[in-house]
Design a protein around this ligand. Structure first.
Ligand SMILES: *Cc1c(COP(=O)(O)O)cnc(C)c1O
Length: 406
């Protein structure tokens, strides 16, 4: 079929794509900063950020420049060779964090897969082949490979795919006593998101995170932080662990790491990394020069006081607009999260309406996210213009009004 004959519509999506998504009816074709346009030229303000990915908005000049320059220089080598962008990005991530070593992959799930395999491998090498238990949390989300979806805390996502990896225990989030009840010397790792993203934008309490660190130390288990959503400036610090005064053993980053270019990283220490050797783990695209060049440019922009401090001011603008809306409509039971990962939980009388509000927002020219059926989630660009926040929140207010008066 000639390309010009293909109708680029939601209907075609339904005919050609594996039916695992239900995208919006409109098809975005262009983005600049925090504005997006569809095929009809209708303009949207983007509070969704590609699910916490486009942390510098759409087509940020520094990222476009990095992509163009690298695109004309060297695209791919494989792991048979190393390359300059990968070494530069790894060095900068190490300088900016607790880590000594970096493994690059392509998605959050793959970074987590590497993290969980490393935690088990380390325990097996240093302690015992029976030290395999992984403790994880209800409502956690770690990706869609069979291992990561099994460590995730929503069984509906892993049911139906055959036998799951064994020795994974789930307990309630923010419940230290529940962790104490299941942790033992056969535990190799606790895996946790400092702010549960998909699970409803729920931050860990400081006591919980500090308690997990102490329990890991007591039982010689590794603390694995999944910062795929909470990292890269989203919380107002480069990584959310910096808010808690705890140092992880392994940390994963993806989503905003490439600002929209697929790339992920697993960070760890020399001691843990030293159990691995050539051939033990790997991936074809890991450390791809294009991906690393764009991620380096994103890191250079995000890891600056201007951008990180700007996150806090922008959060304030979002939260006060949401509070104004709440005062008018008695809408929210909680406005939570950290930095520019914001969850607005609907009151019981509005339960189940998050998706309706999302759809009404699209009609008003606004892209938002949900997290479950009762939480509206905002994950905008970290450098969104205050004027765009103001206009977007005006559109959001109209969308809410539309749903409540329907
Ligand atoms: C999105 C997400 C993942 C999975 O990332 P993919 O790139 O979709 O594989 C893992 N963990 C968290 C916390 C996430 O938000």
């Amino acid at each position: 079929m000639a390309a010009e004959k293909i109708a680029v519509t939601r209907e075609t999506f339904d005919n050609v794509i594996l039916p695992v998504y239900a995208p919006a009816q409109f098809v975005p074709v262009k983005g600049k900063g925090s504005r997006v346009w569809d095929q009809q030229g209708k303009e949207y303000i983007d509070f969704s950020g590609g699910i916490a990915v486009t942390a510098l908005g759409h087509c940020h000049p520094a990222l476009v420049e990095a992509l163009k320059t690298q695109g004309e220089t060297l695209w791919h080598l494989s792991n048979v060779f190393t390359n300059e962008p990968a070494l530069r990005l790894a060095s900068k991530l190490i300088d900016a964090t607790f880590a000594d070593r970096v493994f690059f992959a392509n998605s959050g799930a793959e970074a987590n897969e590497a993290a969980f395999k490393l935690a088990r491998f380390y325990a097996c090498q240093r302690h015992s082949p029976f030290k395999t238990k992984i403790i994880a949390f209800h409502n956690a989300f770690h990706g869609r490979t069979l291992f990561t979806v099994s460590v995730g805390g929503q069984p509906k996502y892993s049911d139906g795919f055959g036998p799951k990896p064994a020795d994974i225990v789930h307990v309630p989030f923010n419940d230290l006593e529940a962790v104490k009840a299941v942790i033992d010397d056969h535990t190799c790792a606790i895996v946790v998101e400092p702010i549960q993203g998909e699970g409803g934008v729920m931050p860990a309490t400081p006591e919980f995170m500090q308690g997990l660190r102490a329990l890991c130390d007591k039982h010689q288990a590794l603390l694995v932080l999944d910062e795929v959503q909470s990292g890269m400036g989203r919380s107002g610090k480069l990584f959310a662990y910096e808010h808690y005064g705890v140092t992880p053993d392994i940390l994963t980053s993806a989503k905003a790491l490439g600002g929209g270019f697929p790339v992920s990283a697993m960070l760890t220490t020399n001691e843990i990394a030293s159990t691995m050797s050539p051939g033990v783990h790997g991936t074809t695209y890991g450390g791809n020069p294009l991906a690393c060049a764009v991620a380096e440019a994103a890191l250079d922009v995000i890891n600056t006081p201007e951008v990180l401090e700007g996150v806090q001011a922008r959060r304030q603008q979002f939260v006060s607009a949401l509070q104004t809306l709440d005062a008018k409509f008695d809408l929210f039971s909680d406005i939570r999260g950290k930095g520019l990962l914001i969850g607005a939980a609907l009151k019981p009388q509005h339960a189940g309406k998050a998706r309706d509000i999302l759809n009404a927002a699209a009609a008003e020219g606004l892209m938002v996210l949900v997290a479950g059926t009762d939480v509206i989630r905002f994950a905008p660009s970290l450098v969104i213009e205050p004027a765009d926040i103001e206009e977007g929140m005006a559109r959001f207010a109209r969308a809410v009004e539309r749903v409540l008066t329907a």
